[in-house]
Design a protein around this ligand. Structure first.
Ligand SMILES: [Fe+2]
Length: 286
C-alpha cells in the first residue's frame, strides 16, 4: 500500500524530512522558514525526549502567553525580549562599524506621538525626582556635526515607572520629548534621574522565569531614537553607570559604550553623550 503523497514513512529518524518534503510543495519563503523551525523543534524533542505530560505543560504555557496578550499588553513580545531573541534580531539587523552608536531594542514603552520641545526644555512635567541635565551631540563617523537631527527621548520616572503605565498618575507625555540638533549637532534638555525597574513579572512569562530565579531587572536608563536624513536611525539606551543591575539587564541592552556616569552638577546631576550616526545604505533607513 502506498503511504500517500510522501515517499518517506514518518519515524523518529525521518520526522522533519517528511514535513520538509510536504512543505516543499508550495513556493515562497514561509516553507523555508517553517522547515527550519520545524526541524529545530523536532531536534529539541529528540534531544529532551519530553513525556506527553511535559509536552502538554508546554502547550498550556504557550496558551497562557496568548491569553495574557491584548492591545495593551504583549506577553509574546515580553517572551521574545526576555529570552534574548529580540536583542539578537536587533544585533543581526544593525551591524555597524566601530565607533558608531550601537542599536538596542526599542522596548514596549515608546510612543510615536511625543511632543516637539524647544532646546533646554524640562520634560519632567511633575518635577518629581532629582534634576538631571542631559546634553549631547549627534555626529557622523568622522565627528562632523549632524544638524537638524531629531532626538526622541523617553524614560521612566524616579520610581521606575513610565507615563503610559500610569495614565491616571503622571501627566500626559511626562518624561518624553522630541528635540532637534543645532548647527553644531548639539542638543540639551532638563529631566529627572530615572530609576531602574522590573519587567512585568505578573504574567506567565514572568512567573516562569521568576520560578527559575532569573533576574527581571532593568538597570536605570534613558531611551533615545535619533533620526536624520541620509543616516541609519539609531534606537538605543544610555545606562546609568552607578546602577547595581548593569550586569544583568533582563532585555540584554547594556553595552559598554552605552554606559555613562550621571555626574554631580550644581543642581542634581548631569550626563553627556555623543550619538555617532552611519550613512544609510540605499534602500535602508533603519
Ligand atoms: Fe525602558
Amino acid at each position: 500500500m502506498s503511504p500517500g503523497r510522501s515517499a518517506l514513512i514518518f519515524s523518529e529518524q525521518t520526522s522533519s524530512d517528511v514535513f520538509i518534503e510536504r512543505a516543499g510543495a508550495s513556493d515562497g519563503s514561509l516553507p523555508r522558514i517553517m522547515a527550519a523551525v520545524v526541524t529545530h523543534i523536532h531536534d529539541i524533542i529528540k534531544e529532551l525526549r519530553p513525556s506527553r505530560e511535559d509536552w502538554q505543560k508546554l502547550i498550556e504555557f504557550l496558551t497562557e502567553v496568548g491569553h495574557a496578550s491584548d492591545e495593551r499588553r504583549q506577553e509574546w513580545v515580553l517572551l521574545s525580549d526576555l529570552i534574548g531573541a529580540s536583542a539578537l534580531v536587533e544585533e543581526i539587523n544593525s551591524r555597524r562599524p566601530k565607533g558608531a552608536t550601537p542599536n538596542t531594542i526599542r522596548g514596549p514603552f515608546y510612543r510615536s506621538d511625543a511632543p516637539a520641545r524647544a532646546a533646554g526644555a524640562n520634560i519632567s512635567f511633575d518635577g518629581i525626582g532629582e534634576p538631571l541635565a542631559v546634553s549631547g551631540r549627534v555626529t557622523d563617523l568622522d565627528g562632523l556635526p549632524v544638524a537638524n537631527a531629531e532626538v526622541v527621548t523617553w524614560q521612566a520616572n524616579a520610581y521606575g515607572v513610565y507615563e503610559n503605565q500610569q495614565p491616571d498618575m503622571q501627566p500626559e507625555h511626562n518624561l518624553r520629548g522630541v528635540f532637534r540638533t543645532d548647527a553644531n549637532g548639539s542638543f540639551h534638555y532638563q529631566t529627572v534621574v530615572p530609576a531602574g525597574y522590573g519587567v512585568p513579572g505578573d504574567g506567565p512569562v514572568g512567573h516562569l522565569l521568576a520560578r527559575a530565579g532569573y533576574p527581571l531587572h532593568r538597570p536605570a536608563h534613558i531611551h533615545f531614537l535619533v533620526r536624520a536624513e541620509g543616516f541609519e536611525t539609531i534606537t538605543t539606551h544610555i545606562f546609568d553607570g552607578s546602577d547595581p543591575h548593569l550586569g544583568e539587564d533582563a532585555l540584554f541592552g547594556v553595552k559598554p559604550e552605552l554606559i555613562r556616569v550621571f555626574e554631580p552638577a550644581e543642581e542634581g546631576r548631569k550626563v553627556e553623550f555623543t550619538f555617532v550616526m552611519v550613512r544609510a545604505k540605499p534602500g535602508r533607513s533603519a
